[in-house]
Ligand binder design. Structure first.
Ligand code: MN
Ligand code: MN
Length: 295
């Protein structure tokens, strides 16, 4: 089962202006083939379906624990998309076409179906698919797939970074590049214990270090690239049997942090009258607050 913390894994900067086309590009990092929905659901189902975990506990602990971190990544990318879309339109009389700016942007779907928020799909508007999940039941093959998936996800993150200078998008991408590096390394180390093959020697793919990106560099300087967070009050402790030893970056040891990162607040999205979202006026909301407080 899951507990939930009402924080994002990092604090996102406040957006200076709307950037709906950047939001459309960032969608791929949420619901594209190599997006956070894919890492989340691959590791989640691999942990649900794991065979023999009484004897292979460190491997299931690793997959299950990273899956939980990915749940926070879909939350972080969604929050980024929502901030990029904020301020795209202004309230006006419906006859004066307040949603007109939505007609000429990359994703009209954001404006018609989603009231200017994230959807579970990629940058071209195609929806995320369950067949992006690979779960053969063969431990080495599933871990090898996960290693590949993290590398593919990294390539797409870097390409989206190259497409936008938006500071909100780049902050999220910088952090997730560092976390993806941790996950690729963790799966590589898990495979090394099983096969003797050191896959971490292939990293980074593509061959450009995270430290090249200022938004990633600051997280590396804080040691985030050497840290695997344990997302549970008391379980999944055997991740430390795999996540240990010197970091491949050569700047210290790998550490397990007992608990989540401090993170940052979940941004409050303002009501959009022109989208009828949430569809309650200020007086109605004040009235409701009174009614609910009275119990
Ligand atoms: Mn992720
Ligand atoms: Mn990952």
């Amino acid at each position: 089962m899951y507990l939930r913390i009402d924080r994002l894994q990092i604090e996102l900067p406040a957006p200076k202006e709307s950037d709906p086309n950047a939001a459309a590009a960032v969608q791929d990092l949420l619901g594209g083939r190599f997006g956070e929905m894919s890492t989340l659901m691959n590791y989640t189902y691999q942990s649900f379906n794991f065979r023999g975990h009484d004897r292979l506990k460190p491997y299931r602990d690793l997959i299950a624990n990273i899956a939980t971190e990915e749940l926070g990544h879909i939350e972080l990318v969604s929050a980024t998309i929502n901030l990029l879309l904020t301020g795209s339109t202004q309230p006006k009389d419906p006859v004066d076409a307040p949603l007109e700016p939505g007609k000429d942007v990359r994703s009209t779907y954001h404006f018609i179906s989603m009231a200017q928020t994230a959807f579970v799909g990629g940058s071209m508007g195609g929806f995320w698919h369950g067949d992006y999940v690979f779960n053969s039941g063969n431990l080495v093959l599933d871990l090898l797939h996960n290693f590949f998936l993290e590398c593919g996800a990294r390539l797409h993150k870097i390409r989206v970074y190259e497409m936008t200078r938006n500071p909100v998008a780049r902050e999220m991408i910088g952090y997730l590049l560092v976390r993806g590096g941790v996950h690729a390394t963790a799966y590589g180390k898990a495979l090394e214990t099983l096969t003797g093959v050191d896959l971490t020697k292939l990293l980074p793919i593509p061959n450009i270090p995270n430290s090249k990106f200022p938004e990633a560099r600051k997280y590396e300087q804080a040691g985030v690239h050497r840290t695997l967070y344990r997302f549970s009050p008391d379980d999944y402790r055997d991740i430390a049997r795999i996540w240990r030893g010197p970091a491949p970056t050569g700047d210290g040891d790998l550490v397990v942090a007992d608990g989540p990162p401090p993170g940052g607040p979940v941004p409050v999205l303002p009501p959009l009258v022109e989208e009828f979202a949430p569809g309650l006026g200020p007086e109605e909301m004040a009235e409701l607050a009174k009614k609910l407080a009275a119990g």
